[in-house]
Each structure stands twice: as C-alpha cells, then as structure tokens.
Design a protein around this ligand. Sequence first.
Ligand code: NAP
Length: 329
Amino acid sequence: MATGQKLMKAIRVFEIGGPEVLKLQSDVVVPVPKDHQVLIKVHACGVNPVETYIRSGTYRRKPLLPYTPGTDVAGVIESIGDGVSAFKKGDRVFSSNTISGGYAEFALAADHTVYPLPETLTFRQGAGIGIPYFTACRALLHSARVKAGESILVHGASGGVGLAACQIARAYGLKVLGTAGSKEGEKLALQNGAHEMFNHREANYIDKIKTAVGDKGVDVIIEMLANVNLSNDLKLLSFGGRVIVVGSRGPIEINPRDTIAKESSIIGVSLFSSTKEEFQQFAALLQAGMEKGWLNPVIGSEYPLEKVSQAHEDIIQGHGKMGKMILLP
Ligand code: NAP
C-alpha cells in the first residue's frame, strides 16, 4: 500500500460463478477521483438483477476481474476531481453508474452520472433510483413513445423497474394496469400509480385482463418476464400496440401471426445503450418527479454488505417483490 492511501470495506469478485464468489474484503484501496470524477461515501446501494447475470457470466458484457459490482449508490460527496463544478464535498447525491463499483464504502463515479438527491428522499430511496427509474424512462419514452391517454400494462409491477414504471406512467396521464405475484405487491402498485392490478400467479389472470381492457386491448405492455408472457402479451394488445421487453430469462415460442392484424411491435430495451444526452433527458424528468413528489422509490428488502450473497440469491429466486432491494455498507 502506498503512503497516504485509505482502505475500505468492499465486495470483490475474483472469478465468475455463483453468489459465493462475492467476497467481502476490508483492505480495498479507496480510489482517488481524477478529471470529472467524484468520490461518493456510499450510504446505500441498489441491487439489480443484472449484477447477478454479470457475476455468473451469463450477461453479454464480461467483467474485467477482479471487480466490485454495483452501479446505483446514494450518499455524500467525499471529494472531487479537477473540472467538477456541479458538486462539492458534503453534497447529497445518487448515481446511475459507478466506475469502481457500488458494493463498497466509497464509490468513484463520472460527474455526468451523478445527480443531486433532495432532502425529501432518504439515501435508501436514492439508491433505488438508478437502473430502475432510468430503465422505466427509456422503456416508456424512448421505446414505447407513450402518449397521455393511452393504456399500459406493467407486467411485473411490484419490483424495482415495475413500481418506477407505474409512478412515471401515472404522472404522464396513462391508464395504468399492472401485475404482481402477491396481494401485498398488488396493493403496493396501487399505492404507486396503478389503477388496477392482477395477480400473475392466478391461473385465469390473463382472462381478467382481457375483460378489463375490452375489445380495444392495451396500448403498451412493459414486460419484465418475456420468456413466460410474450405470447399472451401479443393477444392483449390494441391495434398498433407495443410490447416493450425489459426482462427475459430464456426463449419462448410465439406465433408471429399474432402481430399481423393489429400491426403490433415487439421492442427490446437496453438501458446502457442510452446516450449521454438521453440520460440527461431522463434525469430531467426524474428531477421533476422529485420536485413534485410523484417520484418516490419504494424500498423492499435490505441487506448488510456481508449478506450480499443472500441478496443475490433472493433477487433471482424470491417471489412476492415489494419494491427495491438494497445493500447497506
Ligand atoms: P425485481 O425488482 O427483482 O422485480 C421482478 C419483477 O418481476 C417483480 O415485480 C415480480 O413480481 C415480477 N414477476 C415475477 N414473475 C412474473 C411473471 N410470471 N410475469 C410478470 N412478472 C413477473 O427486478 P427489476 O429490477 O424490476 O427488473 C425486472 C427485469 O428487468 C429483470 O429481469 C431485469 O434483469 C430486467 N432489467 C432489464 C433492463 C434493460 O435495460 N433491459 C434494465 C433493468 C432491469 P412478484 O415478485 O410480485 O411475483
């Protein structure tokens, strides 16, 4: 260790594998911010499903080993590099990406991926904004190009992206339908923008949605588990309807004919294909939501840093989501 270097606790991954490859280390060097970078003292970090795909090697982007996972931190600016004018030491912030990894006591981030966190939101809530809210913005605005007055089905409304999509869609003037796998999840989504909820574990729930949307069908479906639902989704759409694929964990057989009469579209979403300008555009909408109070991240399960392996198991295996999962360093 060079003189003057500070050490911190952080999760390190040295090999691709199961949740057990997530190792807590207490002698990781605290990074120093360079040009247009900031160092954040992490108070909370969001856990996202993508971090499990990267760790297990199933994601298209392979990590450079060893690494610290995590993109969505909330905390306080500890120090800034040259050229940073938007932030100063002590500012409350949240991030939509990190350079050094968020599962740690400190995280380095480029200044354009960091945003002010208002006093009205807790650090836990700040850690729930990043991937879920920016993905919901991209799915709704960029991919679906939603219009006020349209109807939307958030297929998987009880988790991180789903609740964010419900809040944004409601604020945008859409008629919001959603699904969850538990009564509590349904209730939570109703409190966060959904007008009507259905249980995706009930055998006949698709029929219930069909009755609710009538012959016209639903204009937009935000899909969290396309490998299970895509075929049914195509049958629920209105003329010109769009299925926006946010999540999918395997293949599914569909009948392409189901897209013909209604001229439907199936559109994939990739948050990290967003340009810097698109991130700024989504951030402006989210900023407005924070100012007006409709952006209100719901925190579900919380884990200390040393229980990170359990968090990675639970985010994939767990059912009955109740909002955003977070880690507390
Ligand atoms: P999460 O917090 O773990 O939530 C998962 C959601 O899926 C819950 O609402 C869950 O409901 C729901 N679900 C479970 N079974 C379902 C079913 N049969 N039909 C519909 N929904 C079902 O995860 P998240 O952060 O919201 O992410 C959701 C998905 O989107 C993940 O696969 C993630 O990898 C993906 N994602 C993609 C992007 C992208 O850029 N494409 C970005 C972010 C996330 P219950 O638990 O109530 O059953």
